[in-house]
Design a protein around this ligand. Structure first.
Ligand SMILES: [Zn+2]
Length: 272
């Protein structure tokens, strides 16, 4: 997937392909200026937006793989947020040290999604003091996902809409519960950006971008994220979830369709 960036020198548009690292070293095709684009977006967001684009373009079957991957990466995001938050609450001030331990720990589970689900289950239990009721195969839509991805099932559009709505609602709910706790994992991305920034050769301009996305409203960026130890203690109501809790209940499908209507058009700038 590509996104449009603007060359800081000649101000013309440049198409940039999304990189896994969210860091893009670019040479302007018009004026040959070198610049570096940092996109403040989490992997789960990029994947969910890819799925949404595919769905909007009529590629329902392809969308399923992106939604499924988005959910897996969101679980990773949740576990990372929780681990950083816990380290901060324990008084640990060495963010890089905490990040290194987390990185080497994640390596034990990184190649098997079942192990990651196990991490998620424990992280949720410890943070919320409740069973992660959303981890049943039924709640995750696992059977549908497996039929599409592994057995070549051709899903109907409404089935994919329902799956997308399910994944959307789950991520939205958990982001709400995480609240400012998510800022810790955001900070980890900022640290990676800072490391790349420090290594940029002279004369290369750094460009930081925030992109629209389906979870944009949930983004809490900057909400005290500079410091480890931002307060959103486990068990406390998360600030970000307050508005949705107060409004009339929507079912998953309605919530997804509403977000699609509001934010889907913003994804039009992205190209495959
Ligand atoms: Zn240029």
């Amino acid at each position: 997937m590509r996104f449009p960036a603007v060359c800081p020198q000649c101000q013309r548009e440049v198409q940039v392909e999304f990189a896994d690292s969210a860091v893009h070293d670019v040479t302007c095709p018009h004026c040959s200026t070198r610049f570096c684009v940092f996109v403040r977006k989490q992997k789960f967001e990029v994947l969910f937006d890819l799925g949404t684009r595919a769905l909007m373009d009529g590629y329902a079957r392809e969308a399923v793989a992106s939604f499924a991957a988005a959910l897996e990466r969101f679980f990773e995001f949740y576990v990372r947020s929780f681990a950083f938050e816990r380290a901060a609450l324990a008084g640990q001030t060495d963010f890089d040290g905490a990040a290194d331990i987390l990185e080497s720990t994640w390596r034990h589970v990184s190649s098997q999604s079942e192990r990651q689900v196990g991490m998620m289950a424990l992280a949720y239990l410890l943070r919320e003091g409740r069973e992660p009721d959303f981890l049943t195969a039924k709640a995750l839509g696992a059977d549908f996902r497996n039929r599409v991805i592994h057995r070549g099932y051709l899903p109907r559009r409404e089935e994919v809409d329902a799956y997308a709505a399910r994944v959307f609602a789950l991520i939205d709910r958990l982001l709400g519960e995480l609240g400012t706790g998510a800022a810790h994992a955001e900070l980890a991305q900022e640290r990676q950006f800072a490391a790349h920034l420090a290594a940029l050769p002279d004369g290369v301009t750094a460009v930081f971008e925030e992109h629209p996305g389906m979870f944009r409203a949930r983004r809490f960026a900057g909400a005290g994220g500079e410091k480890l130890g931002v307060k959103n203690l486990p068990g406390q109501p998360a600030r970000a979830s307050a508005p949705t809790k107060a409004t009339a209940p929507m079912n998953d499908a309605q919530a997804f369709q509403k977000a699609l209507k509001e934010r889907g058009p913003l994804l039009k700038g992205l190209r495959k």
